[in-house]
Design a protein around this ligand. Structure first.
Ligand code: ZN
Length: 252
């Protein structure tokens, strides 16, 4: 079931059978010359929705948290970001909204490496708020929060190594661009040559420095390798992993 396409009675009856919800979480940031700005939000959303189409009774997919921490990409037009403190506050509000309805297992399927530290900080903030508030502590349900990065599923990693033995990289990767091309094939870009073919690697700090070090936005990658067919294989693998991983989380 998908929350944005459900009614409130649908959600009320879902809660009779499950108190788990999956939230795709990503970012709105430049993804090199041929990747969409929404790539990091689209990938977990595409994978979650595909998994839901395979197992509609097992998964409830919530709204996509589609703007994350991307200050280092602000040198490129179109990037939209939250400060870490804003993102933490927003995640607290999303979580406490869901908790009020009875959701006590919240699984965040993440699509952006730059979100990881802030997601974990948000989890710490949410748990701290509960620890500081003893009211009803004896009777309230436990709250379980989990972050999973879609590219980190073992089968997905193995497939990425097989498909892209060279130039997979760490930003604007061939795999994430391929996933979006599978979902939006009419928007697949003709591959223009990129120079250098494999982008440089390096560390990141602020937006000005980033654009100096990585002028076309890529880090370590050659996303000209991306195509929709490979994207479909990645989505299929990730969706199966997600179904299994959520089942384990639910039975926790
Ligand atoms: Zn990305």
């Amino acid at each position: 079931m998908r929350l944005p396409l459900s009614t409130w009675p649908d959600i009320e009856s879902w809660l009779q059978q499950s108190t788990c919800i999956v939230l795709p979480i990503g970012s709105m940031e430049q993804h090199g010359p041929n990747g969409f700005l929404g790539t990091d939000a689209l990938c977990p959303e595409i994978i979650a929705n595909h998994a839901e189409s395979l197992a509609p009774d097992k998964l409830l997919i919530g709204p996509t948290f589609n703007v994350g921490c991307a200050q280092h990409h602000l040198g490129f037009p179109g990037t939209v970001t939250l400060r870490p403190s804003t993102m933490i506050a927003t995640m607290v509000d999303w979580t406490e909204s869901l908790l009020r309805h009875g959701f006590d297992k919240i699984y965040w399927l993440n699509g952006h490496g730059g979100n990881i530290a802030t997601i974990e900080a948000a989890f710490a903030e949410i748990h701290a708020r509960r620890s500081f508030d003893p009211r009803g502590a004896d009777t309230r349900p436990d709250l379980w929060l989990k972050r999973r990065d879609w590219w980190d599923f073992r089968e997905v990693l193995a497939l990425c190594n097989e498909l892209y033995p060279q130039g997979h990289g760490s930003h604007a990767t061939a795999s994430e661009v391929a996933v979006t091309y599978w979902a939006y094939p009419e928007r697949e870009r003709q591959h223009t040559a990129m120079s250098p073919k494999i982008a440089p690697n390096g560390s990141i700090s602020d937006a000005v420095r980033y654009r100096q070090d990585f002028p076309d936005g890529r880090i370590g990658s050659d996303p000209t390798q991306a195509n929709a067919d490979d994207g479909g294989r990645l989505v299929a693998a990730a969706a199966q992993c997600l179904i299994k991983d959520v089942a384990t989380f639910v039975s926790h």
